[in-house]
Design a protein around this ligand. Structure first.
Ligand code: SAH
Ligand code: SF4
Length: 359
């Protein structure tokens, strides 16, 4: 069994079943997730007999780093193999006062948003809890190797890598709760952000299960345009999404929702688009994050000009909304938002049709 798949409660139940005391799971958690020790024989406060037994029961499976790309701005992108020719990407983003890790939750994504490289790469499978948590473990290991003795750790996690986190609900909720646990990474709820394209029922379930910061990828403020850009909108249209966001506020660790809005030239970036957006969001405590569209081959979008991004931003601010323009990080290594495509053995119908066409 992969130890990274366990939350502390389940580990404790399992170990109690084998006659161990409750605190044994606390100790193992501290070794694995805090001291980053993955070898039972080094867990010196466990008895020799238990170390031997545990190493026969558990393994600590960490995806292998297949490639590392370093950006000029300090951003790193790791390509992690998750077996059978599939690989996902994790992005490490150091800043002055925080170090953010952008984690993947699926191999590819089936939702096929028109402007997203991950969507265009198809979909293979959900990541397991262990594969998600191990991304954070690996990044912390990197930090402790690079800055020995300094106890530097990842301070923020965003589920904005490959995949739609709320489609992989169970594994994402479990991994987020492991990240929050004081016996492991101890991140505060405000420092773990789940970004979703708008899986309405899952937003409600997340409020009950593990309410962390919520970011919603909006990108359009009417159904006609959003249906085209974010096809899941056909299933969960805007009025349902907005209602779910209002309900979520009650549970959110931040008293606002972040709305992400990718700036696409002549598609969603005019003053009239800004006015519609203002109207849509006027009753929700929120922050709007304008994301300059990051290019990738084979699609016909282009990024809005700086001038129109600024104009859009000013419209929102003048109407009293809080808007920021996201600084693009890692774009020289294709690590910026929406540029992650990893290596996906696409097994969607779309992918199969594409293969047939090419042969
Ligand atoms: N599936 C989730 C999280 C991953 S995408 C979601 O859609 O929210 C993280 C963010 O990057 C989303 O807001 C997404 O819409 C945005 N994005 C996707 N492709 C992009 C691109 N090429 N340029 C800029 N942002 C992009
Ligand atoms: Fe999937 Fe998010 Fe990309 Fe849409 S934007 S295809 S939901 S990863």
């Amino acid at each position: 069994m992969n130890l990274f798949d366990f939350n502390r409660h389940d580990l404790s139940v399992f170990l109690k079943g084998k006659g161990y005391r409750g605190y044994c799971s606390d100790q193992i958690f501290q070794w694995l997730h805090q001291r980053l020790v993955s070898d039972f024989f080094s867990m010196s406060n466990l008895s020799k007999a238990s170390r031997l037994e545990f190493s026969g029961i558990f393994s600590c499976q960490v995806p292998t780093v297949v490639r590392e790309h370093c950006s000029l701005d300090g951003t790193l992108k790791w390509l992690l193999s998750v077996g059978e020719g599939n690989a996902v990407e994790t992005v490490y983003i150091p800043e002055k006062r925080r170090i953010t890790l952008c984690v993947s939750s699926q191999v590819g994504c089936a939702l096929d948003c028109a402007f997203c490289a991950t969507g265009k790469s198809g979909f293979n499978r959900n990541l397991t809890t262990g594969e998600i948590v191990a991304q954070l473990w690996l990044a912390n290991r990197y930090l402790s190797d690079r800055y020995p003795g300094e106890n530097r750790r990842i301070t923020n996690v965003v589920f904005m890598g490959m995949g739609e986190p709320l489609v992989n609900f169970e594994a994402v909720m479990r991994s987020a709760s492991i990240m929050l646990d004081d016996f492991s990474y101890g991140l505060s709820r405000r420092r773990v952000t789940i970004s979703t394209s708008g899986i309405v029922p899952a937003i409600d379930r997340m409020a009950e299960r593990c309410p962390v910061a919520l970011a919603v990828s909006l990108h359009a403020s009417d159904n006609e345009l959003r249906d085209k850009l974010v096809p899941i909108n056909r299933k969960y249209p805007l009025h349902q999404l907005m209602a779910a966001c209002e309900r979520y506020i009650e549970h959110s660790p931040k008293k606002f929702i972040t709305f992400e809005y990718v700036m696409l030239k002549d598609v969603n970036d005019t003053t009239s688009h800004a006015e519609k957006l203002i109207n849509l969001l006027k009753n929700i405590p929120c922050k709007i994050n304008l994301i300059p569209w990051n290019p990738f081959p084979s699609v016909s979008f282009s990024c809005s000009t700086n001038q129109s991004i600024l104009r859009f931003h000013n419209c929102l601010c003048d109407a009293g909304l809080v808007s920021t323009i996201r600084k693009t990080r890692g774009d020289d290594i294709d690590a910026a938002c929406g540029q992650l495509s990893g290596e996906v053995k696409d097994c969607t119908r779309r992918g199969v049709l594409r293969l047939q066409k090419n042969h």
